[in-house]
Design a protein around this ligand. Structure first.
Ligand SMILES: C[S@@+](CC[C@H](N)C(=O)[O-])C[C@H]1O[C@@H](n2cnc3c(N)ncnc32)[C@H](O)[C@@H]1O
Length: 298
């Protein structure tokens, strides 16, 4: 089984087993899978590793994450050597931060951007690229900036992924523009857009209400088969009311009996493995995001 070298907020490695079961049950195999909000890309790369996908295209709007994935599959040796040599220190953190100002990937600095993405992802709180370093800038905590960077383990994950290179393509760009340009593709598209409620806290590139609505409009006219995962909010149910929606239960952690739920939406009538079906939460007061779904109709 593949393990992502990225710690990812909202990462979908737990979700892989569910996606694999849904896709196999729908009779989808030997297919080209597109993941237009790549993040840690756990679902599409897992499908490739399992032979359910024959080819994968990753799309990402964050230039650092794009550069990371591009280099994993196109310049793995340079990425690994540069990462191996990088000191995991506050000095490196200070020197790396200016790269966050780049809104587009500079083709001449892709390896620098890729190493910056990997470094900041491992060194920052919760893997958030523009968060602070673990242990704080003064490093007074017992947890230090390097406590999540096991270089040997990360490099072995990078090497395992780089083996998939002949069947992976990585593109920089905007997901909705991609869907609108490729609405007739024969590929299977798995989408995990920035969260509706907490997206702004977790990702440098996140969505406003209009962007979530633009995505739902693009998917409504798309001819390809798609599977979409979202946080459980009534506005999202409203935006996708004409599609098949199921509620997926996740355990917060092995130590906690509490469950969280996510919505899984598709245009092909998927079925969820029974052990993952969540009960709809009863909302008290204003639901989820607090946005009244009826306002969207105006
Ligand atoms: C919820 S995360 C994806 C998580 C991913 N499925 C995983 O397993 O880690 C959303 C991702 O979409 C990216 N993103 C944000 N806006 C985007 C856009 N307009 N087009 C493409 N990607 C975008 C973010 O940078 C982030 O990596």
């Amino acid at each position: 089984m593949l393990h992502s070298p990225l710690r990812y907020p909202g990462g979908k490695s737990d979700f892989f087993a569910v996606a694999k079961s849904i896709i196999s049950n729908a009779g989808i195999s030997n297919v080209h899978v597109i993941e237009p909000y790549a993040g840690s890309a756990a679902v599409s790369l897992g499908l490739l590793d399992w032979g359910i996908a024959r080819r994968v295209t990753l799309l990402e709007r964050d230039p650092l994450l794009y550069a990371f994935w591009f280099c994993v599959f196109n310049h793995p040796a340079e990425l690994i050597v540069a990462f191996q040599e990088l000191p995991i220190t506050i000095k490196t953190w200070e020197e790396t931060r200016p790269l966050l100002a780049m809104d587009k990937p500079d083709p001449k600095r892709l390896v620098d951007l890729a190493v910056a993405a990997l470094f900041l992802n491992r060194a920052n709180f919760s893997g958030i690229l523009n968060a602070g370093p673990i242990g704080g800038r003064q490093q007074r905590s017992k947890y230090k900036i390097d406590c999540r960077t096991n270089k040997d383990e990360i490099i072995s994950r990078l090497l395992a992924l780089s083996m998939l290179a002949p069947n992976v393509e990585v593109q920089f760009g905007d997901a909705v523009e991609w869907i609108n340009r490729n609405s007739k593709t024969n590929s299977f598209v798995y989408l995990d857009p920035p969260y509706f409620v907490k997206g702004a806290l977790l990702y440098r590139y996140h969505y406003r209400l209009k962007d979530h609505r633009d995505l739902s409009r693009a998917l409504t006219t798309a001819k390809f088969k798609w599977l979409l995962s979202y946080d459980d909010d009534p506005v999202i149910e409203y935006l996708y009311e004409e599609f098949h929606i199921s509620r997926l239960a996740f355990q917060y952690s092995v130590h906690s009996p509490q469950q969280r739920s996510e919505l899984l939406i598709s245009n092909f009538g998927h079925s969820l493995p029974p052990e993952y079906v969540a009960v709809k939460r009863r909302m008290r007061g204003r639901p989820g995001s607090g946005i009244d779904a009826a306002d969207l109709a105006r």
